[in-house]
Design a protein around this ligand. Structure first.
Ligand code: 3Y8
Ligand code: NAP
Length: 250
């Protein structure tokens, strides 16, 4: 009997949740619990970590999970690594639903960097006005360049004082649109954008706005992951669910 664990937290995961619910499949949607009020899903939800690989192994057995779909964000590397390890250990078929990385087009001024520290190094020394559209988990790295004015976009209001003396905060969940992001960057006289190469449509608006405003983007590459089966569309996931059991996906 098919029972799917959908590791969510992205626009693609939310869209797949509807496809699974519409197909009447038995599935559970999993959030880490990073945000205060995550978007509701058309599937039963579980919220919170599993307790590492061992916790996930236990969950898969206890909940009789027959398939795992990893539709987490490309930067949710620890979750993805844990899913690979737990599915290998339990022989549970695994597929990743992953959106392709963004690639620069005509008019884009992108500088690719490997991580947040490299992104900081890529910022100028002279004071600039930086749109830090990378959430809050990696903000601390930017404290080494306090001379810049930072515009932060967070999902929830910060609970602690921010590590940046010159920062203005806007609270927004996304998906975002080009008009809003263009107006936002103009209003804050932004000179540089820092972003993660998340891919997908939900966060691309700022890149299109940057192109229109001819602003440089410092783009953090997504972390490398161990090999796993990866698909890019809901249909491929539905097909895989129809045939999985032969192709274990790990
Ligand atoms: C908790 C679930 C949906 C999903 C929406 C997508 C689109 C909007 C773009 C910017 C970039 C950022 C951030 C972002 C985007 C979508 C998608 C996406 C980027 C929610 C969500 C959860 C999270 C966690 C949150 C992180 C943060 C990252 C904000 C819900 C809204 C910056 C990533 O406060 C915190 O600790 C936030 C943490 C991980 C990255 C970080 O390091 O801070 N996402 N985002 C999920 C969970 O608990 O499991 O609250 O509803 C989901 C979405 N975020 O259904 O429509 O699919 O990419 N999320 C980045 O890409 O750089 C915003 O501002 O331009
Ligand atoms: P992460 O660093 O890869 O994972 C850290 C730990 O959080 C995991 O080991 C796991 O805890 C728990 N976790 C992560 N995703 C989970 C999920 N979907 N369900 C249950 N537990 C989960 O993860 P992250 O980068 O903080 O991302 C957390 C969530 O935000 C994910 O749902 C992701 O899709 C979403 N998100 C992240 C980003 C981003 O930029 N990182 C952007 C958009 C959305 P245990 O070890 O205890 O099991």
């Amino acid at each position: 009997m098919t029972r799917i664990l959908l590791l969510g937290g992205t626009t693609e995961a939310s869209r797949l949740a509807h496809a699974l619910a519409d197909a009447g499949l038995d599935a559970v949607f999993s959030y880490a619990g990073r945000t205060q009020t995550p978007v509701a899903q058309p599937l039963p939800m579980r919220i919170g970590g599993f307790g590492g690989v061992a916790g996930l192994v236990e969950y898969l057995a206890h909940e009789n999970i027959t398939h795992v779909v990893d539709a987490t964000h490309p930067f949710a590397a620890r979750m993805s690594r844990n899913a690979i390890a737990a599915c290998l250990a339990t022989g549970t078929p695994l597929v990743a639903l992953e959106r392709p990385a963004w690639t620069a087009g005509p008019g884009d001024d992108w500088r690719s960097v490997t991580d947040a520290e490299a992104a900081v190094a890529a910022l100028p020394d002279a004071p600039a006005r930086v749109f830090l559209a990378i959430g809050k988990q990696t903000l601390a790295a930017f404290a080494v360049k306090p001379q810049h004015h930072y515009l932060l976009r967070l999902v929830d209001p910060p609970e602690t004082t921010l590590p940046l003396p010159e920062a203005s905060v806007m609270i927004a969940r996304g998906p975002f649109d080009v008009e809003t992001d263009t107006a936002l960057m103009r209003a804050h006289a932004i000179t540089h954008i820092v972003a993660k190469n998340a891919g997908g449509a939900g966060a691309a608006a700022k890149l299109i706005a940057a192109r229109a405003l001819r602003l440089p983007v410092i783009l953090i590459d997504r972390p490398a992951l161990p090999p796993r089966k990866v698909v890019a569309t809901d249909q491929e996931v539905m097909d895989w669910l129809g045939h999985a059991g032969t192709d274990r996906g790990v």
